[in-house]
Design a protein around this ligand. Structure first.
Ligand SMILES: NC(=O)c1ccc[n+]([C@@H]2O[C@H](COP(=O)([O-])OP(=O)(O)OC[C@H]3O[C@@H](n4cnc5c(N)ncnc54)[C@H](O)[C@@H]3O)[C@@H](O)[C@H]2O)c1
Ligand SMILES: [Zn+2]
Ligand SMILES: [Zn+2]
Length: 361
């Protein structure tokens, strides 16, 4: 029987979120209902609320989560009730043109639940990134459930479901950061700091953190930044060149979604270097670049969706590193909060007070 649970809904553009009763159907073929244990507040949830992703209001927010599979629908063999899972927004199809070329991390036809969760009156909800986990329970495609070691607490594990995976993957998968590389990361929120942690894990030599908030720069150091620069007070391009022998960084990662900062990342990059855009731009934004430099400087300008991750490969591996004490996921958790506190958590994020507020259910 369909269940009624509490969830955080964005009803219209820019309006504060509200707690609503959500109707969660029983899982149909290929689907699973997951009892959410923890869900981080990612800047993308705020983008949704502000209408920056699309206009499919009302949204059921939350997409960075871990929990326990409660029930599965017909034909589900990958997970079973009781499994501890991280929810992912890349349930690969295996048959699209990208999957068939052996590049499932770009899958163009990822799976989500077929049935819709609704408000009490029957209004269909759009779950953020096909997840909608600011709720006691959520309905997803079973492929969106990635089993991991239950020794990891849900507050830490859930972070891999979006921002931390996006940042680590932007460095190690998309940017291909390796031993001895120099890296500059622009924007040191949860995503940017994860890019720093990923670069550190991969053996980067110089890691420059760029932000406009000194508190964020101090935390970035704890994740492995070797240098920091406040771009409100100093030209970050000049600074990055000054600490890389005058050359610029091998890999520049933009983790904000700001055209001015993207331009800084473009200019702070060494010849033949790589720019990775992991921040999400708003629909009205455009960029202008000197075309001759796009050509003349060589290298790669890449975008990174979800850190080009493959959840089934990357989540268990990163949970393993966490459990071995080599990846500090707990450090990303600034505070744990209740469902009712998500709106306030957005304001804390805007004021730069938190890396991740994590809703615990
Ligand atoms: N590509 C993906 O798959 C993916 C996944 C998750 C999040 N994101 C996106 O990544 C971005 C960052 O997310 P987050 O949760 O870390 O956000 P956040 O708000 O926690 O962090 C943003 C950081 O950027 C800094 N900043 C803002 N303006 C700046 C400027 N002009 N110069 C330098 N620093 C500046 C802020 O001080 C803050 O520390 C968002 O756009 C989010 O939507 C992308
Ligand atoms: Zn596919
Ligand atoms: Zn996210």
């Amino acid at each position: 029987m369909a269940q009624q649970v509490r969830g955080v809904v964005a009803r219209s553009k820019g309006a504060p979120v509200s707690i609503e009763t959500i109707v969660v159907p029983d899982p149909g073929p290929g689907e699973a209902v997951v009892a959410v244990q923890a869900c981080g507040v990612c800047h993308t949830d705020l983008h949704y609320r502000e209408g920056g992703i699309n206009d499919a209001f009302p949204f059921l927010l939350g997409h960075e989560a871990a929990g326990i599979v409660e029930s599965v629908g017909e034909g589900v063999t990958g997970v079973a009730p009781g499994d501890f899972v991280i929810l992912n927004w890349r349930a690969v199809c295996g048959t699209c043109r990208s999957c068939r070329r052996g590049r499932p991390w770009y899958c163009f036809n990822t799976f989500n639940a077929t049935q819709k969760m609704t408000l009490l009156g029957g209004t269909e909800l759009s779950p953020a990134l096909g997840i909608g986990a600011f709720a006691d329970k959520t309905l997803v495609h079973s492929g969106q459930c990635t089993k991991v070691d239950p020794a990891a607490p849900a507050t830490a594990a859930g972070l891999l479901g979006c921002g931390v995976m996006a940042g680590i993957g932007a460095a190690i998968n998309t940017g291909n950061v390796g031993r001895g590389d120099s890296v500059a990361v622009f924007g040191c929120g949860g995503v940017g700091d994860a890019a720093i942690a990923g670069s550190y894990l991969a053996g980067a030599h110089t890691i420059v953190a760029v932000d406009i908030d000194d508190r964020k720069l101090a935390i970035a150091k704890q994740f492995g930044a070797t240098h920091t620069v406040n771009s409100k007070d100093h030209d970050p391009v000049e600074y990055i060149r000054s600490v890389t022998g005058g050359n610029g960084a091998d890999v520049c990662i933009e983790a904000i979604g700001n055209p001015t900062v993207y331009r800084q990342a473009f200019e702070a990059r060494d010849l033949a270097g790589t720019v990775v855009l992991v921040g999400v731009p708003r629909p009205d934004m455009t960029i202008e670049l000197p075309f001759l430099d796009v050509f003349g400087r060589g290298g790669q300008l890449k975008s990174s969706w979800y850190g080009d991750c493959l959840p089934s490969r990357d989540f268990p591996m990163l949970i393993g590193l966490y459990l071995e004490g080599r990846l500090d996921l707990d450090r990303f958790v600034s505070e744990t909060i209740a469902l009712d506190d998500v709106e306030e958590a957005f304001h804390k994020m805007e004021r730069g007070e938190v890396l991740r507020s994590v809703v615990v259910l």
